[in-house]
Design a protein. Structure first.
Length: 489
């Protein structure tokens, strides 16, 4: 195997026409003799600062709700597209009354907090920093601000981790930092906690620290269910490369950290702990899902949506596994991670607007091309606006202010088609590795850790055969070639 490197970081403005055009706003593409603006302003810090700035813009976008719309009826927070779960759940989930999540029964229809344990702890910690005096409106505002500050720290962690996962491609993390859907959805719910833990886990895996990566993936799963799906791609990739020991270490680390967080609550408040899982199982088809679109278009109730969603998810994951074992070159970890999380989103019974956050860091690593990324983001912004205008329509009574059901169905279709489009180009990159921009310099899998440069030991069909191996151009001056790169220690 031949591996070609460039010693300097990859600058997107030299290789991506959209990035080059966008750079005209700040002076144009990176030139031959350009130098970084000093040791302090290196790419990782710039990306983190940009992410914080976009997060702050997202907070400004919520200003109409913060001032009055959260507290003056439902319709105005939808027409201004500034809804957030955070201030509402401060009251209805007992944090304003100093109830202990999972242990204390809640008044109303929801008997216990319906979030995983680590997210519940995050919510509880924010309530400890919320003053108990003043009006309830003031306390809800402060609670949202405290959560926003904690979530901003999570956003900075994500930006740094994405920037450092691919050592030579730190600028790809600007895809996350500048994503419009990131700014719009960051403070709707608490998803950034799980995403930060997942991003840190992927960074540590890329550095060959399997146990630590597994521990963080386990903690992320204790905050949100989807991160456990990343163990599936690791399984098939380690199978193809024969790296069973690192996979076992990561899996044990994930199981251990998940149990460490969950067992105390399981033993002390079993009924409260199970609420997240029973709620997820019993929840009917809901906003944004393909099942809602089918139900609305056909008039069928789809009472067995759980079964349909599970079977379709398993079928598609099996297809991803088959793709990983038959591809001409072993797929990159980030590519498979993106696909499996996207499949989970596409087949789920509900698609809340903030779920797009799960995919944005993975998309930045799996397909770092601005054109494809922005096409997908445009579809997600359309869905973000569509769901709030649809809710405005359903809550406006005879005024019919907002988007009718037919318009909302178009918004759902835009979300589904945009995500499928990005999945399609990632699959194409896997089947045609020479189209993968990350591998154009001869790199193998910068996020793969022990998988990076490792030879295959198990494939299906003609995968990995010389006839299917991609051909790369002769290295240009200034590049370094490493011959016979084998598995890393």
């Amino acid at each position: 195997m031949t591996k070609v490197h460039q010693d300097h970081p990859v600058h997107p403005t030299r290789h991506d026409e959209v990035a080059a055009a966008g750079s005209e706003l700040i002076g144009g593409p990176w030139g031959r003799f350009a130098r970084a603006g000093g040791q302090w302003l290196h790419p990782v810090r710039v990306v983190a600062l940009v992410a914080i700035g976009m997060f702050a813009l997202g907070m400004v976008q919520k200003l109409p709700c913060y001032d009055w719309a959260w507290f003056r009826g439902a319709g105005s927070q939808y027409t201004h597209a500034c809804y957030s779960d955070i201030p509402h759940l401060y009251v209805v989930r007992g944090f304003a009354d100093h109830l202990t999540p999972y242990f204390d029964r809640l008044p109303g229809d929801m008997e216990y907090l319906e979030y995983p344990v680590l997210t519940g702890l995050f919510m509880q910690v924010a309530s400890w920093f919320t003053p108990g005096g003043g009006s309830m409106q003031h306390r809800e505002q402060i609670y949202w601000m405290v959560n926003a500050g904690m979530l901003m720290a999570c956003a900075a962690v994500i930006a740094v981790c994405v920037a450092r996962t691919h050592r030579r491609r730190p600028w790809d993390a600007l895809l996350f930092a500048l994503a419009p859907a990131f700014a719009l959805t960051a403070t709707i719910n608490w998803d950034l906690l799980a995403i930060a833990l997942t991003a840190a886990g992927m960074l540590l895996w890329s550095r060959g620290r399997a146990v630590a990566a597994g521990v963080l993936i386990g903690l992320a799963t204790a905050a949100k269910l989807y991160p456990v799906l990343l163990l599936g791609p690791l399984f098939v990739l380690c199978w193809r490369a024969g790296k069973w020991r690192p996979f076992g270490a990561a899996a044990l680390g994930a199981a251990g950290s998940w149990l460490l967080v969950n067992v105390p609550v399981m033993l002390g408040a079993w009924e409260g702990w199970t609420k997240f899982y029973t709620f997820s199982q019993e929840r009917p088809i809901d906003f944004g899902s393909v099942w809602l679109l089918i139900s609305q278009r056909t008039g069928l109730p789809l009472d067995n949506a759980n079964t349909y969603a599970t079977l379709l998810m398993l079928l598609l994951c099996a297809g991803i596994g088959l793709l990983a074992l038959t591809a001409p070159r072993r797929p990159r970890f980030a590519q498979l991670a993106f696909l499996v999380v996207a499949v989970f989103i596409l087949t789920n019974k509900v698609y809340s607007p903030q779920y797009v956050l799960w995919l944005i860091p993975l998309a930045a690593l799996a397909r770092p091309r601005w054109r494809d990324f922005l096409i997908w983001q445009a579809c997600e912004v359309a869905y973000f606006l569509g769901i709030w205008l649809y809710l405005a329509y359903t809550t406006s009574g005879d005024k019919h202010q907002g988007l009718p059901v037919e318009g909302y169905q178009l918004a759902i279709a835009a979300h589904l088609l945009g995500t499928l489009y990005l999945c399609a180009v990632v699959v194409r990159d896997i089947l045609l590795p020479e189209r993968d921009v990350v591998r154009r310099d001869g790199s193998d899998d910068p996020s793969g850790g022990v998988l990076d440069g490792a030879p295959d030991v198990f494939t299906l069909g003609t995968a990995g055969s010389p006839a299917r191996a991609p051909q790369y151009a002769t290295p240009s001056p200034g590049q370094r070639v490493e011959w016979g790169v084998g598995p890393k220690a």
